[in-house]
Design a protein around this ligand. Structure first.
Ligand code: ADP
Ligand code: MG
Length: 365
């Protein structure tokens, strides 16, 4: 049985004309690390509030929600608001005392948990004396100190500075590995935690756009929103038209024709778009310069003016435009390119995604 399952879950807050969640279908299995991503207001916190069960938000709920676990830990955006005691040791002991753990067991657990979180030297400090990072650690520690089956984390690191956030993020990943507890972790920051998630829920306006592995979201986004959301700089979206050119399907970009890869040539979905506009999606790392790959694929070449060449260390970002839309290519920095140069970019057509400009849905990838 899945730990959490929602079917067609819909939710709206009272007096709000916006639906906070629309037709959400999710199934989370025991032990998974799920990341929930989306811009502010997309419904992430609302979803977590509903999964939390005991303090369901007031509002109109539709569809189904099944929660098959007893103990759920929660850490919110402002961890300090959840503290009930004024000192760290009592804060950690509080949950255990509530759940009638023996005194010996409480001492052992506090010792173990404090060691894991490096909190030993803080145990006798007052909560008020802690830094932001220490408060977040204490909040997470007290949320998992009694054996919870699930830990829900709603942007617990959003108030920390970038460096501390990176540290805490890896600690959370480590914690998940060690506990084998199910984690559902909300963030609006796409660089946060991509590597630690088993699966990611991408939300927009209360609707789940895609629920998939990080690699599938990156390689096979189901629409332009997901394609643009995952990956930085974001995927280039180039206006193009599908045409037939000496019997082959090609994308006409500006006045350049780029043949579509073999797998798209016979695709029925793609064939429907012959003569029609499409959006040609290509990630900046899938356009190359001077690579041996490129030499064999001359026909996939476009020449652009580098409006700006930005040296980023191991890579150079080339900023250019097609039909007045900015496109960015990320190429190796051993290529000598300066702002203003004309550059030949080779498109790795194996990595191309085609989208419908109206519905923004994937046509083929
Ligand atoms: P997120 O966590 O992704 O930023 P939320 O789940 O907090 O998004 O909000 C989803 C939508 O519900 C937003 O439009 C927000 O304004 C609305 N909303 C959130 N909380 C309340 C509330 N208590 N009352 C009314 N509307 C709310
Ligand atoms: Mg939120």
């Amino acid at each position: 049985m899945a730990l959490f399952e929602t079917k067609n879950l819909t939710f709206s807050y009272p007096l709000s004309d916006k639906t906070a969640l629309k037709n959400v279908d999710l199934k989370v299995e025991q032990g998974e690390f799920i990341l929930v991503m989306g811009k502010s207001g997309s419904g992430k916190s609302t979803l977590l509030r509903l999964l939390k069960k005991e303090i369901a938000p007031v509002g109109k709920i539709g569809g189904e929600i099944n929660i098959n676990c007893d103990s759920i830990g929660f850490v919110g955006q402002n961890p300090e608001t959840s503290f009930v005691c004024d000192n760290v040791r009592s804060e950690l002991a509080f949950v255990l005392e509530n759940e009638k753990y023996s005194n010996d067991e409480i001492t052992v657990r506090i010792g173990e948990t404090a060691s894991f979180f490096n909190l030993n030297f803080l145990l006798d400090k007052k909560i008020d004396e802690l830094s932001g990072g220490e408060k977040a650690s204490v909040a997470i520690a007290s949320a998992i100190i009694s054996d919870v089956q699930v830990l829900l984390l709603d942007e617990p690191l959003s108030n920390l500075d970038a460096k501390l956030r990176t540290q805490m993020r890896s600690q959370i990943a480590l914690l998940h590995k060690r506990l084998e507890t199910t984690f559902i972790y909300v963030t609006h920051d796409q660089t946060e935690a991509m590597t630690m998630a088993d699966r990611i829920v991408v939300m927009k306006d209360g609707v789940v756009q895609q629920f998939d592995t990080p690699s599938n979201l990156y390689n096979h986004p189901c629409n332009m929103f997901v394609a643009g959301f995952i990956g930085t700089p974001q995927m280039n979206f180039i206006d193009a038209t599908i045409i037939t050119c000496s019997g082959e399907l090609c994308a006409l970009v500006d006045d350049i024709t780029v043949p579509l890869p073999l797998r798209m040539q016979e695709n029925e979905n793609v064939k429907k778009y012959v003569g029609k506009p499409i959006v040609y999606g290509i990630r900046c790392e899938d356009m190359h310069i001077n690579s041996s790959y490129a030499l064999e694929n001359k026909q996939n070449e476009i020449t652009l003016k580098a409006d700006l060449a930005e040296m980023m260390g191991s890579e150079v970002y080339i900023y250019s435009s097609i039909n007045d839309k900015e496109i960015i290519a990320k190429v190796r920095s051993d290529t000598n390119i300066s702002s203003g140069d004309s550059v030949k970019l080779y498109i790795d057509t194996e990595k191309v995604h085609l989208f419908d400009p109206e519905s923004e849905l994937l046509i083929c990838d």
